[in-house]
Design a protein around this ligand. Structure first.
Ligand code: C2E
Ligand code: MG
Ligand code: MG
Length: 742
């Protein structure tokens, strides 16, 4: 600061000089008082000047502080870089922005603060700026001290430091703006994703759609903007569906689900749609954003799975599972409407023969044609099903509230089916004539599915036995029979416990009229029912498995009897024939059972004969032969019962370890006279002779039958002509009468 010459000092000097030059008594040039006064005035002036000076000093200092504040705390980061690129000055804002202490920035290279990819660009820019006047700017990415990236807008211009050119750079933090831009860019990319997108306002009016939307719907943005998504509605969804969608959007601000859309070209397209309500900062809904993807392919795959699970692959009719579903629904509907429905069981007559003689291809063709004709014979809402093989079902719902009327309607449909399926079929180059049997059951809400199926099945059974190509209703008589059967079954379970079973013995007679043994035949002595015959309960016992314990009881009783007879010479040589049912014989441990019964009873196996029917043997020849052989090793023998009724072929007849053939009573009944049966009886006798088997004729009721058989060489007989099946005591009396037992 320039110091002003001290005027006060020079004045005082002049006054003092004057005083010293002039002695006291000397005449002064000017009066001393006057000078003194002037001096005082100067003194005051001087003080005032000093004060002003001090003030100026303060002001200067204050403004300098302000400048420093302005520089250091400017809203932008400011730095000055030398022409070599070294940071010569940097303000506090800049150091804060870069999260780096000032001293760590000073004298560092500015370009090293940048991300590597920005450095070259900055070098070029900086060179240019140093060579020219004016302001420049560019965006730079800088490395912050904490590792994050700082995006900054750099404004720079040439300046000077100590007369040397330098660059002054002001950095404005634009990281947030960049972030927002980035977000927008990502959002824009996302919006143009594979998913169809639409943005709608609060009124549901579409304001924006993406390209995928156009691809998935066929509508261009111009065609949909300003409209509502109702444009895409298909009639696959009802009002309730859309109401529920809006309800969810109001409650949860979100809805997701499967929607069938109608595309611009009219095609249906299944989409998986997500709608989100976008909330404004104040919480109110500002937009709806819907995004969807095409799931038609998934739907088709799901439909395919459904088809495989619920439909018959050949005819595409419902399968059993689906039928059961539909029946359950039908019963519910019946409960709501009070109307009866009907279920029709169809079974093709002689289908097996077609399959066996013409091959499965022809069989399949027939089944397809049958399915088609059935389809043409029923109403659209009726359910058609194929249960497998040649069994078909028609389910008719909502027929009538009146039993009679419902039955008439079901009959109408049934007759129509009979007629249609009775027409000739063109199968692989030949004409086939097939018929069908139909069983019908009516149902109300109270019925169970099981009962329903059973009823129709029973009716079908009746139709079949009623001569085929017929229709039968399940009627109350059938029901009564059903009930009786289940009551019988319950009783039969008790029969063994209550010891109600008996064995009857029917004598078997040789050519000399002597009793060689007996067939044991089962009787059931029931307290109320009286004597129940096998034909009334054996098949039932087979069905419910009771035949196994019952059969064992028969075997045990027969063996015990053999053992009891052993000590009496009159009875010791008697052979007992025991009937064995298929179910019993098929038990895995049947051989073991027989062995242990023989051991326990100590009966001589040579006197035990098991009667197997032809159908039993035919069902599984291999198993039969191996079991028969194992049993034969135990020492017992076999008779083939009801011989002639099956289709035994000579080839395996020779493989069976048989001892005896039993001519079925149906061939004996009209002997002599019926030419066919005469031949059959003779043939069986001859066959037995040539195979080394003995032959017995059962059901011999008359002397003429006996005589005929005798004449043709049949060695053994059984039948009413000799004796009915007898209780043990009577059988023994019969023996005595013949003089055979003591
Ligand atoms: P099956 O083994 O063919 O028995 C012969 C059937 O013919 C017996 O009927 C017998 O009473 C009857 N019969 C005997 N002589 C004559 C006759 O001169 N004329 C006529 N019309 N019938 C005669 P049953 O006792 O009613 O037995 C019927 C069937 O029940 C038997 O036929 C057999 O298959 C079965 N069965 C009987 N007892 C048993 C048993 O203990 N176990 C098994 N699994 N089945 C048995
Ligand atoms: Mg028998
Ligand atoms: Mg028989």
């Amino acid at each position: 600061m320039n110091k002003k010459p001290d005027r006060g000092k020079s004045l005082r000097g002049a006054a003092e000089a004057q005083l010293m030059l002039s002695p006291a008594n000397a005449q002064p040039q000017r009066p001393a008082l006057e000078l003194l006064h002037e001096l005082q005035v100067h003194q005051i002036e001087l003080e005032m000047q000093n004060e002003a000076l001090r003030q100026a000093q303060v002001t200067i200092e204050q403004s300098r502080d302000r400048y420093v504040d302005l520089y250091e705390f400017a809203p932008v980061g400011i730095l000055t870089a030398t022409s070599d690129g070294l940071i010569a000055k940097v303000n506090l804002t800049c150091s804060a922005m870069l999260r780096k202490e000032r001293k760590k920035l000073l004298n560092q290279r500015f370009d090293l603060q940048l991300l590597p990819e920005d450095r070259d660009r900055w070098h070029r820019q900086a060179r240019l700026a140093l060579q020219s006047e004016g302001k420049h700017s560019c965006e730079l990415a800088l490395k912050r001290g904490d590792g994050a990236v700082l995006y900054a807008l750099a404004d720079y211009q040439r300046t000077e430091i100590d007369d040397a050119p330098a660059l002054r750079v002001a950095l404005t933090d634009i990281t947030q703006r960049r972030q927002a831009e980035e977000d927008l860019r990502i959002a824009a990319i996302a919006f143009e994703s594979e998913e169809g997108m639409m943005v709608a306002d609060t009124h549901g009016v579409i304001i924006r759609v993406n390209r995928a939307f156009t691809a998935l719907t066929g509508y261009s943005p111009q065609e949909v903007m300003g409209k509502t998504p109702a444009l895409l509605r298909s009639e696959r969804h009802d009002k309730a569906f859309y109401d529920a969608m809006w309800q969810s959007l109001r409650d949860k601000r979100y809805w997701q689900g499967e929607v069938w859309n109608r595309q611009k070209n009219g095609d249906l397209c299944a989409v998986w749609l997500t709608i989100t309500a976008v909330a404004a900062p104040d919480g109110t809904v500002s937009h709806y954003v819907g995004s969807f993807s095409d799931i038609t392919q998934n739907k088709l795959a799901a439909e395919e799975i459904f088809r495989l699970a619920y439909f018959d692959p050949l005819t595409h009719l419902a399968n059993r599972r689906r039928l059961l579903d539909r029946l359950g629904q039908a019963l519910t509907t019946a409960a709501e409407t009070g109307r009866l429905g009907a279920i029709l069981f169809l079974d093709l007559d002689n289908f097996k023969t077609l399959n066996d003689t013409r091959g499965h291809d022809s069989g399949d063709l027939l089944l397809l044609e049958v399915a088609q004709r059935m389809h043409d014979s029923v109403r659209a809402g009726d359910t058609l099903a194929r249960l497998g093989g040649d069994e078909f079902v028609v389910l008719l719902e909502n027929l009538s509230a009146h039993h009679g009327e419902a039955a008439a309607l079901a009959n109408q449909v049934g007759q129509k089916l009979l007629h249609s399926l009775d027409q000739p079929y063109q199968l692989k180059g030949f004409e086939y004539h097939g018929t069908v049997s139909i069983g019908v059951g009516l149902f109300h809400a109270q019925d169970t599915i099981e009962a329903l199926l059973k009823h129709a099945d029973l009716a079908l059974y009746q139709a079949k036995s009623g001569g085929r190509n017929t229709l039968r209703f399940f009627d109350p008589a059938m029901q009564a029979e059903l009930d009786a059967r289940s009551a019988l079954e319950a009783d039969l379970r008790q029969a063994l416990v209550k010891q109600e079973l008996r064995l009857y013995y029917q004598p078997q007679i040789d050519l000399q009229g002597r009793v060689v043994g007996a067939e044991v035949l089962l009787r059931w002595q029931h307290a109320e029912r009286g004597m129940v015959l096998p034909r009334e309960f054996i098949s039932l016992a087979e069905d419910c498995g009771l035949i196994v314990p019952i059969g064992l009881w028969v075997l045990e009783s027969a063996c015990a009897q053999l053992r009891a007879w052993q000590s009496d010479p009159g009875t010791a040589a008697l052979q007992l024939a025991v009937n064995v049912s298929a179910r019993q014989f098929r038990q895995a441990d049947f051989v073991d059972q027989v062995r242990s019964i023989l051991q326990r009873s100590e009966a001589n196996p040579a006197y035990l004969k098991l009667e197997l029917t032809e159908s039993l043997v035919l069902a599984n020849v291999a198993d039969t032969i191996s079991k028969m052989q194992a049993l034969k090793e135990l020492g017992l023998g076999f008779a083939l019962d009801d011989f002639g009724t099956g289709f035994s072929s000579l080839s395996y007849l020779t493989q069976l370890p048989l001892e005896q053939l039993k001519i079925d009573k149906s061939f004996v009944r009209d002997l002599p006279g019926n030419h066919n049966n005469e031949i059959i009886a003779q043939t069986i006798v001859n066959m037995g002779q040539s195979l080394g088997l003995n032959v017995i004729a059962e059901g011999v009721e008359t002397a003429a039958q006996h005589q005929f058989l005798q004449q043709h060489g049949c060695p053994l007989y059984q039948g009413y002509w000799f004796s009915r099946p007898l209780p043990l005591a009577e059988f023994e009396r019969f023996l005595q009468a013949k003089g055979q037992a003591g």
